[in-house]
Write a new protein. Structure first.
Length: 334
């Protein structure tokens, strides 16, 4: 069992909603937290930058109101994602807002920086850093990250290429802190599988796109419902960093998903237009391999309830199987 900080110790479900650029806004974050999972959004979803202050105030106020009305079913904590890559000119200003409102969980991406971790620790928050390999995980912890988000093959948006089995076992050999797994998780069974492999929490993004509260177009949401893992394309063209995208959105932008040129992070800014158009995230839609489990667009509360039910059923099945094979082992030794 990992050493978990208090903010993560008593979640109703071991799920963290992943922050999705432009899709995750206060409406989605609040619904996730009220349903019992950690809700999150990128600071960069707030545009203009001054909107972040307003959004943080809104999230804190609405979750406090919920807690007063539901003392026996309090909201889960929320998280804000910070892109710490040098292309993010808003980083310092957004960190001021995060510190002002004492955001309980900060998720850092595209680089690990000690000064960011120190700033969050200064007001009592924790930092989870997302990585695509074991080397990056070590560097993040050395620089003060409290937990690791292992972004494995199949994750939506910016994703790695490592098998979740390989990535988790390598990190768990030396790290006993909070460990989160990202990649193709869209059912309660997959949540339990992540824990069985050594993770403490599952990181779920694509499934939340197909919810009423997500700030995505109806066409995007329907594409999540209609598509499967065969419709996911892995490319670095659209943001300069390799990620998984929906092929239908690439076709709609006038490109051939099977013949995309290679991107170059030195000539591209995060989330900016590639050659003017199309734009990553807005026109080219991110999604992970787990979308084959998404059957319809539903409210967040309904999605989380499905995950809760499936997770409970999977736990019961594991308990039954465990008892069965323990009894077989005892019989064999007797």
């Amino acid at each position: 069992m990992s050493k978990l900080p208090p903010v993560l110790a008593d979640l109703p479900l071991p799920i963290i909603g992943s922050p999705m650029f432009t899709i995750s806004t206060p409406k989605l974050v609040i619904a996730q937290c009220q349903a019992g999972v950690v809700g999150s959004m990128p600071a960069l979803s707030a545009r203009p930058a001054s909107q972040l202050d307003e959004w943080l105030a809104q999230i804190i106020e609405e979750l406090a109101t919920w807690d007063r009305a539901h003392p026996d079913r309090r909201a889960a904590p929320f998280a804000i994602n910070q892109i710490v890559h040098k292309s993010n000119a808003r980083l310092d200003g957004d960190m001021e807002a995060i510190a002002k409102y004492k955001v309980p969980i900060v998720i850092t991406s595209l680089g690990a920086r000690r000064e960011i971790n120190d700033a969050v620790h200064g007001y009592g928050g924790i930092v989870l850093h997302d990585v695509i390999n074991n080397s990056f995980a070590r560097k993040a912890v050395e620089k003060g990250a409290d937990g690791i988000i292992a972004v494995a093959a199949g994750a939506g948006g910016h994703a790695g290429t490592r098998s979740p089995f390989a990535l988790l076992q390598e990190i768990r050999r030396w790290f006993d802190g909070p460990l989160v797994l990202s990649g193709s998780i869209a059912t309660g069974r997959a949540v339990l599988a992540a824990q069985t492999m050594g993770a403490d929490f599952a990181y779920i993004g694509s499934a939340f796109i197909a919810t009423d509260e997500a700030n995505a177009s109806d066409a995007y949401k329907q594409a999540i419902v209609d598509a499967t893992s065969e419709d996911i394309v892995y490319s670095d063209l659209f943001s300069g960093v390799h990620g998984n995208y929906l092929a239908p959105s690439i076709v709609a932008a006038g490109m051939d998903p099977a013949n995309l040129p290679q991107g170059d992070i030195k000539t591209m800014d995060f989330a900016k237009a590639v050659h003017g158009k199309p734009k990553a995230w807005k026109d080219i839609w991110g999604a992970g391999h787990g979308i084959g489990a998404i059957e319809r667009v539903v409210p967040v509360a309904d999605l989380v309830e499905r995950l809760r039910r499936e997770y409970g059923d999977a736990c019961a099945r594991c308990a039954t199987l465990g008892a069965k094979y323990r009894s077989v082992g005892l019989a064999a030794r007797s």
